[in-house]
Design a binder for this molecule. Structure first.
Ligand code: ATP
Ligand code: MG
Length: 364
């Protein structure tokens, strides 16, 4: 299963524009708030110069980059607890995602209405965070009702109700679930429920061209302080211009990016931030058939990493033959890397490192 991230934010902040930028989906955006209720789901390719390098070296039949599933839901409106708006219902679509990308609007654009009629990043951030919190509260209420409706009660883990009540208290004090320390038993009792306010979150500030090139905008400091205090990465992008640039021919692309002062395209920076946030790394496999990047949790053993490719390789694992990407790149060819003694044979307990190029030896 691919890693997934859900894009949330107020209406008209550039969520779909950002989604298009990441996935090249070309979904129509508009300057007016249509109240559209479509959820867009598509895959974003994680750019990886190592894959490109290996692909040039091996000329494989197939080159496969890592992918991230991106889910774009309609904007959230304040007051879902009082039944306002429809966007909030669509949060169900992002409930199972691995991380949330929270877009806030900094861009000035007279043609695009702001739902609260003014620009205020901190207010907007708060509004959306509160909606996520309400959605979690609603989930708890529904669950508690079901438990207390009698029939189900004896089937459930008796601890579940206690834990839910504990979480409800925290949410009612306007604190996210992520602030709660659970014991292992408590985690176990609620493992079938996922909370939006428990998910790793990335803040993406959507700037206009002027703000982006100058690097300054109102409340910049506040938002970065908020990010630091809440363990959230803050990324600044100019979704609209970057989306336009991403449609250009490669040569023009480079030119316009330099013009805008973009050193790294939005998707590169987002992917890095998400990998960072979730503690992920990539290892690579390379051969004449396929060059491919695989995404795993940091700290995984070689045997477990093999299972990512196929359960047979995990089960029949013998050894992993590994060369670090950097060593191969410096050597220039597999043969040279071998001459330099850069190849290592590692056992099943070896902890896979980012950029390891691995050839698994196995026996089935
Ligand atoms: N960085 C930017 N600078 C200027 N205008 C922008 C920027 N990003 C997006 N816009 C404009 O804002 C408008 C709304 O964008 P978009 O449709 O992506 O928002 P949305 O958050 O998906 O809205 P909804 O909640 O209705 O789905 C579009 O006209 C888009 O071109
Ligand atoms: Mg949209």
């Amino acid at each position: 299963m691919a890693l997934s991230c859900g894009i949330v934010g107020l209406p008209m902040v550039g969520k779909t524009t950002f989604f298009n930028l990441l996935t090249n989906a070309g979904i129509e955006t508009s300057t007016f708030y249509s109240g559209k209720t479509t959820t867009n789901i598509n895959m974003a390719t994680v750019p990886d110069e190592r894959v490109e390098f290996l692909s040039r070296m091996f000329h494989p039949k197939k080159t496969t980059f890592a992918q991230i599933e991106v889910i774009d839901v309609p904007g959230l409106v304040r007051g879902s607890s009082e039944g306002k708006g429809t966007g909030n219902e669509f949060l169900a679509a992002v409930r199972d995602s691995d991380a949330l990308v929270h877009i806030v609007r900094a861009f000035e654009n007279k043609d695009v209405l702001h739902v609260d009629n003014s620009l205020d990043l901190m207010r907007d951030l708060e509004t959306v965070n509160m909606e996520l919190l309400f959605a979690d509260l609603q989930l708890i209420e529904t669950r508690l009702e079901r438990i207390n409706s009698g029939k189900k009660k004896k089937l459930e883990n008796p601890l579940e109700e206690t834990v839910l009540l504990k979480i409800r208290d925290v949410l009612e004090n306007e604190q996210p679930v992520s602030t709660i320390k659970f014991s292992d038993e408590e985690r176990e009792a609620i493992k079938h429920i996922t909370f939006l306010t428990d998910k790793p979150m990335l803040i993406v500030v959507n700037l206009d061209e002027k703000q982006f090139t100058s690097g300054s905008y109102d409340q910049k400091e506040e938002i970065h302080t908020f990010g630091t205090e809440h363990n959230m990465i803050v990324l600044e992008i100019c979704a609209q211009v970057e989306a336009e640039i991403s449609q250009l021919e490669p040569e023009d692309k480079q030119l316009f990016m330099e013009d805008l002062g973009v050193k790294e395209p939005g998707i590169d920076r987002l992917a890095k931030a998400i990998y960072d946030l979730l503690g992920l790394i990539s290892f690579l496999t390379a051969g004449e058939d396929e060059v491919r990047a695989w995404t795993i949790k940091k700290g995984l053993s070689a045997k477990k990493a093999a299972g990512k490719i196929h359960s047979d390789i995990e089960r029949g694992f013998i050894r992993a033959e590994i060369v670090a990407f950097q060593d191969l790149k410096e050597a220039g060819s597999m043969a040279k890397a071998r001459e330099h003694g850069s190849f290592r044979l590692e056992g099943k307990e070896y902890i896979v490192q980012d950029g390891d190029i691995i050839n698994f030896r196995f026996n089935v």
